[in-house]
Design a protein around this ligand. Structure first.
Ligand code: SAM
Ligand code: SF4
Ligand code: SF4
Length: 306
């Protein structure tokens, strides 16, 4: 018990932790070190120190990007959704009761500012002591509402507005409100990220790639997706997948993803082992439909529209 407590303490004091995104090399290293860190801490302490979660709060979007990494524009009308605050709270409570901490939650979509409960959703995440950082990821086509600003400014140490800067793509010039969003964040002392130039990896259309288990594991490892994405599922529940794209494949009924290996459900039966099994898996069915590794070697303008 004492050993567990000391290890918990050591970990908490090292909470500056692993860098997420200085470059692909850092992402690659961070991905593998994060997984190793979770595994070692779970083995030693029996606790889950989760690193990362992306939450799709709505599949609605103001843009229809050809290379959307989450394949959001591919979701058919009847499979689209927006998560209500009550649903979000229920999903997160089921997760949080099973984990010791969660380093970063990125609230996104689709375009998260289209979710009518987004202020309450953000505030709920910000209030949780187990969640250390909360990012709101926006394509900057929708202005922050007063309600959202009021919530964000209450938590200056914990909240960040993460603007995906699509200004390199001139076809979007009239739609982007980047300056206005930065201005309102500055006025309210809200931390804001906005990378200078932003290029994308092209995303090839979904196609089945015959890869054996060893090849598929290697593919996933090299992809180094730090994404762990939550999607609402058609039964009204929610599940966590290795990346947003995998969740979208599930909604599109493509492939054969298995609960307990390819995803875990955020229901009241959730247990620590379910979370760890998916986090430590490397053979994801979704990766056989993905060409991300080859795509990653090229770059295109961001947010080219369909
Ligand atoms: C799926 S989007 C959702 C949030 C919001 N709609 C947006 O565009 O910012 C999440 C993040 O993925 C990034 N992204 C989407 N497609 C990408 C691609 N092909 N390559 C690199 N990043 C991509 C976006 O720029 C954004 O920062
Ligand atoms: S990347 Fe484009 S299509 Fe995808 S969610 Fe963001 S803005 Fe919408
Ligand atoms: S499906 Fe697999 S290879 Fe493709 S982005 Fe997701 S984790 Fe990476």
């Amino acid at each position: 018990m004492i050993v567990k407590d000391i290890i918990n303490l050591l970990y908490t004091s090292l909470k500056g932790g692993i860098l997420f995104s200085l470059s692909h090399w850092f992402i690659y290293m961070a991905h593998h070190l994060s997984r190793l860190q979770m595994k070692v801490l779970y083995t030693l302490t029996g606790n889950i120190y989760m690193i990362y979660l992306e939450v799709v709060t709505t599949t609605r979007c103001t843009l229809k990007c050809r290379h959307c990494i989450g394949d959001i524009p591919e979701i058919k009308k009847d499979a689209q959704y927006s998560i209500s605050f009550e649903e979000y709270k229920n999903y997160m409570d089921n997760l949080l009761k099973n984990i010791k901490s969660l380093k970063l939650v990125r609230i996104l979509g689709g375009e998260p500012l289209l979710n009518k409960d987004i202020d309450k959703i953000i505030e709920y995440a910000l209030k949780q002591s187990k969640i250390k950082q909360v990012y709101l990821v926006t394509n900057a086509t929708v202005m922050l509402s007063n309600e959202v600003v009021n919530v964000l400014k209450k938590y200056p140490q914990k909240a960040t507005v993460d603007i995906s800067n699509y200004s390199a793509n001139k076809e979007l010039a009239s739609k982007l409100k980047i300056k206005e969003i930065i201005e309102i964040c500055k006025q309210n002392n809200i931390s804001v990220n906005c990378p200078e130039s932003y290029l994308w990896n092209p995303i090839s259309p979904i196609k089945y790639h015959r890869r054996n288990t060893k090849e598929n594991k290697r593919y996933y490892r090299s992809c180094a997706s730090l994404c762990v994405g939550m999607h609402k599922t058609p039964d009204g529940g929610a599940a966590v997948f290795p990346c947003l794209r995998a969740g979208t494949l599930f909604l599109r009924k493509i492939g054969n993803q298995t609960e307990g290996k390819d995803y875990f459900r955020l229901d009241n039966k959730l247990q620590k082992e379910d979370i760890m099994k998916v986090h430590l898996n490397e053979d994801f069915d979704a990766c056989r439909y993905c060409n991300f590794l080859e795509d990653k070697r090229k770059q295109v303008l961001p947010a080219i529209q369909k």
